[in-house]
Design a protein around this ligand. Structure first.
Ligand code: ATP
Length: 233
């Protein structure tokens, strides 16, 4: 679904990613972990074309998207659930959701399906987005991504600031999406949340891939886990 080959990404003259490569298959959930400043958000921004890599290549469904504009990357089927949700604050939930609808070639989720996934959305439709709680905003952001018919969804710290019950609901939705063949990259500060739902793990450190493997490999080696994720536990 997604193949990233040796990308270097810069902010001005400051290099944030150094030769990062990874791949995500259809319906695969990849946990992207690492300390503050490791480059996780920059990697998502690179995929989305928001901060274009200076070198290297990103392919989505075997088409190069490295230097495509963000709206084309979205239309190809890459969805995004940003850490700050990015809802239009003075528009209603219904309007925010309808703004996300588009055709991509992947299956288009219906409004009924997303309200079945997140039942509180049913009675929030007429509310302005700025009046929602953090958990409700997260539900709208995920529903909006699904209405955009994604083949891959990038989640930037989906558990941040949410009550444990809502974190559980969000992870259950990611697992359900996997069942439908939708791939996901889940950036998390909280490794346990991401590892519980992930098929594979990539750990970034100082802009480079420090380790890649499965959650089981990481769980079986506490010393490795401490070394890679010590600051995050
Ligand atoms: P966090 O978990 O704290 O969000 P992260 O792993 O997502 O961290 P990034 O936000 O991708 O890390 O940052 C990677 C590096 O790029 C850091 O050194 C950061 O200071 C730098 N950086 C990020 N955004 C910018 C920017 N807009 N301008 C300049 N440097 C930036």
């Amino acid at each position: 679904m997604l193949a990233i080959d040796a990308i270097d990404t810069f902010y001005g003259e400051t290099q944030a990613l150094f030769g990062v490569s990874l791949a995500v298959g259809a319906g695969e959930v990849l946990a992207l972990l690492g300390a503050n400043g490791a480059g996780k958000t920059t990697l998502l921004r690179s995929i989305l074309g928001l901060t274009r890599p200076r070198r290297g290549e990103i392919r989505f469904r075997d088409r190069a998207i490295t230097r495509r504009p963000t709206h084309e990357i979205a239309r190809a089927g890459v969805g995004w659930v940003p850490d700050d949700r990015r809802l239009c604050p003075t528009l209603t939930v219904a309007k925010n959701l309808s703004l996300g609808m588009k055709a991509t070639g992947f299956r288009r989720w219906t409004m009924d399906e997303v309200t079945e996934l997140f039942s509180p959305l049913k009675y929030l439709m007429a509310r302005e987005a700025e009046t929602l709680s953090g958990g409700e905003m997260q539900m709208v952001a995920i529903a909006r991504a699904l209405l955009g018919a994604p083949g891959l969804v990038l989640f930037d710290e989906p558990s941040q600031g949410l009550a444990p019950k809502i974190v559980g609901d969000v992870m259950a939705v990611i697992a359900r999406m996997r069942g439908e063949g939708i791939a996901a990259i889940v950036v998390e500060q909280n490794p346990d949340v991401a590892l519980a739902v992930a098929d594979r793990v990539v750990v970034l450190a100082r802009g480079q891939v420090a380790w890649a493997g499965t959650p089981a490999e990481l769980a079986a080696d506490p010393a490795l886990r401490r070394q890679l994720l010590g600051g995050l536990q």
